[in-house]
Write a new protein. Structure first.
Ligand code: NOJ
Length: 762
């Protein structure tokens, strides 16, 4: 059988079918909208205009420092046109009622961090990305939007599309990892998923692309730190996913906390106006990140709120999240002629347009419906889909004959991550109801207790480090510490393991150890959990290490000593069921890493699309690029992931060895399932431009297929490469191509590939 259809076509087709179920609304008529908004702006006082540029948190849920109390009075007075951290029809209705008491009755917009699901929680984005399933990733955004909109919301602060290559950074879990090309595909899929075919459908919300820009490149992985990079690196590696989200129609953008080329993003006119609006054609509105305008005083680009407020609005920032700087300074800035009324009006217009497109002027209560909230949130269909996506997100890192587990006998489930529901839904699961999540232990019991004896021991606390525990628990960490001593916990676990045929050892991070303001300088499994692991391995029982975590961990020792390792991230509401499906072989794992796992922290940043350097590594030559104490290779490369079956690649052929710019190159390969199970393989295609006017990466992902293959089955895959795939930014930032030699690689991960060569001629 031949698969020649591009995945994007398949995705688009499925997307369409899914969206056609949505309630549709007549197309917005721009002229009508413009006339309506012109008229409204004419009626507005400067205070009312500033109100539309003011976004305040409710006290229902707070995601940062509270700068301004009394938001209800502000709504009633028309000083606040947008609220975040408020949801549920009952609560949102109360606030919208207040807006309806104002002179102009401009409806409120309700925003929220719906990051990986609203109430039904899906895997964290880095986990979900391991599925390489664009259609499923789009659908999880659609489900999240449907649940959010049914709960009174109309704006999500997602997708986060920051390319990140430093696993010390806690927020690496919110994006899709290190690869730009994959990042663009997921960014577009997410926007389509959230916004549907057209804004205003009752199951869609505004997407917000964040954090614009380069937040993922903060130095040393320390959150909120400085970013400093060349324009070429920006254009080549970091900016494309934001651009892809905007091309897909994202309605809003969030400015990042960091600086870009020495100027904080929130004051960066080049970024917010020249690039975003003039070059990329973005028409929506830009909101700051939380108090990002105020923070520019600490950045040192303004002495006070008056100065930084002027910088922000003149740079192109439309809405102030929670900082109240526009609220307190904008009128004076206009009076002093530091900011023109035209600038204010333009920002107000952008915000009003979003409200108009959502249909809020037709009906401010459009997204407030008690019945929908009871019917459309956490449905069994949503949970079923969450389970499937969770299974697809699991990556099998190692398996020496332990998995899949046989049904029967005695299974010991051990470890501090085995019996926790809270951790399963991960961080930024803001409205997620963790009491409804399935723990690993519950998932295993549900699947196997009819036929097997399931034992449990906690074995260790997640952490023994008192200072870290206190920090995490102060911020909603929910980490409990057992009354038994660490030694007693291990003793109990070893006894439990002794009675079992196999041990499922659930270790890793608690959800609060990744995410915002959760950078780590040491990304290992906490020491006390390692002590448990060593004790369990010493029993000689077969062990499956099931990892829960939000970032790559350093696992060299584990990889050497533990016979089977499953990377399960934080998989969401259905985590335990999905893990049990994989453990017992009801689902053959097919996920592949979208982020490199280093051997140790010293290798960071380490990513597959590195450059060759002038002294590429040569083990026999001292003066080449390498370390004395660790190889250059990662522990697990980008694109890596095993299956219960095995795949082989053969017959790599190219339709031509020389192509012209207008040609399409077909790259064909045969993939065969040579193992003992049916399975799915994610076949990846990379290119390398061998000589260029600027240096090019050793490999760049340009395509993939996720192919189901029955035991013994072979399939021929055809990848189409066009000139677009061979282009790059030259030193003048032109998106261009240069004739010359290219390599093309196809394989099971970025390090294990077959290769061929071709030439691009004029
Ligand atoms: C700060 C975070 O950086 C951003 O991602 C989030 O959307 C806002 N807080 C709002 O909660």
């Amino acid at each position: 059988m031949k698969i020649v259809k591009q995945l994007s076509t398949i995705t688009a087709a499925l997307g369409l079918a899914f969206f056609s179920l949505a309630q549709s609304r007549p197309a917005n008529n721009d002229a009508k909208m413009n006339a309506f908004i012109d008229d409204l702006i004419k009626k507005m006082t400067i205070e009312e205009k500033i109100g539309q540029l003011n976004l305040l948190t409710s006290d229902m849920d707070v995601t940062g420092p509270t700068m301004r109390e009394g938001y209800r009075q502000d709504i009633l007075a028309g000083r606040c046109g947008n609220i975040f951290n408020a949801y549920s029809p009952q609560y949102v209705r109360k606030l919208q009622d207040m807006a309806m008491q104002t002179r102009l009755k401009i409806p409120l917009l309700f925003g929220y961090d719906v990051i990986h699901g609203h109430k039904t929680i899906f895997p964290i984005p880095l986990g979900e990305a391991s599925s390489w399933d664009l259609e499923a990733m789009q659908r999880s955004a659609t489900v999240a939007a449907t649940e959010a909109a049914a709960d009174g919301l109309n704006w999500t602060y997602s997708p986060m599309v920051d390319i990140a290559r430093d696993p010390r950074w806690g927020r690496i879990d919110e994006g899709v990892g290190e690869d730009t090309w994959l990042g663009t595909k997921v960014a577009a899929a997410k926007v389509r998923g959230y916004q549907g075919e057209q804004l205003g459908q009752v199951n869609s919300v505004l997407a917000c692309v964040k954090h614009f820009a380069l937040y993922g490149a903060i130095q040393a992985g320390r959150d909120y730190n400085t970013v400093d990079m060349s324009r070429r690196a920006m254009f080549e590696t970091y900016l494309p996913p934001y651009k892809a989200a905007i091309d897909a129609g994202a309605a809003t953008v969030m400015s990042s906390f960091n600086e870009v080329d020495g100027i904080p993003a929130t004051a960066n006119k080049w970024l917010m106006t020249d690039l975003l609006r003039n070059q990329w054609g973005f028409k929506g509105f830009v909101v700051t990140d939380y108090t990002a305008i105020n923070e520019m005083i600490q950045h040192g680009v303004g002495a006070n709120e008056y100065e930084v407020g002027a910088l922000a609005i003149n740079a192109g920032i439309d809405m102030d999240m929670q900082g109240s700087v526009y609220y307190s300074q904008l009128k004076k800035l206009v009076d002093d002629k530091k900011v023109s009324m035209a600038t204010v009006d333009q920002s107000v217009r952008r915000v009003l347009e979003a409200k108009y497109k959502l249909g809020l002027f037709d009906d401010p209560y459009r997204y407030i419906n008690d019945e929908r909230a009871t019917k459309e949130i956490m449905t069994s269909a949503n949970r079923e889909f969450a389970r499937d996506l969770a299974r697809k997100s699991i990556v099998l890192l190692k398996n020496q004959g332990v998995l899949p587990l046989k049904m029967g006998g005695t299974v010991a489930v051990i470890g501090p991550l085995a019996n926790t529901k809270r951790d399963m839904i991960g961080n930024w699961s803001a409205a997620g109801d963790w009491s409804k999540a399935v723990s690993i232990l519950d998932g295993i019991r549900g699947k196997a207790s009819h036929a097997a004896n399931i034992l449990y021991a906690k074995g260790a606390n997640i952490l023994e480090d008192k200072v870290l525990l206190q920090k995490l628990n102060q911020n909603g960490g929910n980490i409990s510490v057992d009354s038994l001593s660490p030694d007693a916990l291990i003793k109990q676990a070893v006894e439990t393991a002794g009675k079992a045929d196999v041990v499922v050892l659930a270790l890793g991070e608690s959800q609060g150890m990744t995410g915002e303001a959760a950078s780590r300088s040491n990304i290992n499994i906490p020491e006390n959990q390692q002590a448990l692991m060593r004790a369990i391995l010493a029993t000689g029982k077969p062990v499956v290490l099931v990892l829960s975590n939000g970032r790559p961990l350093t696992l060299e020792w584990e990889n050497e000593h533990v016979p089977a390792i499953l990377e399960t991230w934080f998989l969401g509401t259905e985590a335990g069921n999905a893990i049990a499906d994989v453990l017992f072989g009801d689902y053959n794992p097919a996920g592949k890493l979208t982020i490199t796992f280093p051997r140790n922290v010293g290798q960071i940043p380490i990513y597959y699309s590195a450059k060759n350097t002038g002294r590429p590594m040569d083990p026999n030559n001292k003066y080449t690029s390498k370390y004395l104490d660790v190889p250059n290779t990662p522990l697990y490369p980008f694109g890596y992931g095993l299956s219960y079956t095995a795949f082989s690649y053969s017959n790599l052929t190219l339709s031509k060895t020389e192509i012209r710019p207008a040609d399409k190159l077909q790259v064909k390969v045969t993939v065969t399932n040579t193992g003992n199970y049916d399975g799915e393989e994610i076949a990846q295609l990379y290119i390398r431009d061998l000589v260029g006017s600027v240096t090019r990466p050793l490999k760049e992902l340009r395509g993939f297929y996720k192919v189901p293959l029955k035991k013994g089955e072979s399939k021929d895959l055809t990848f189409d490469l066009t000139l677009e795939d061979l282009k790059f930014y030259d030193s003048n930032l032109n998106w261009t191509y240069e004739p010359g030699d290219f390599q093309v690689f196809v394989g099971t991960n970025s390090a294990d590939v077959k290769e061929a060569k071709f030439k691009l001629v004029k």
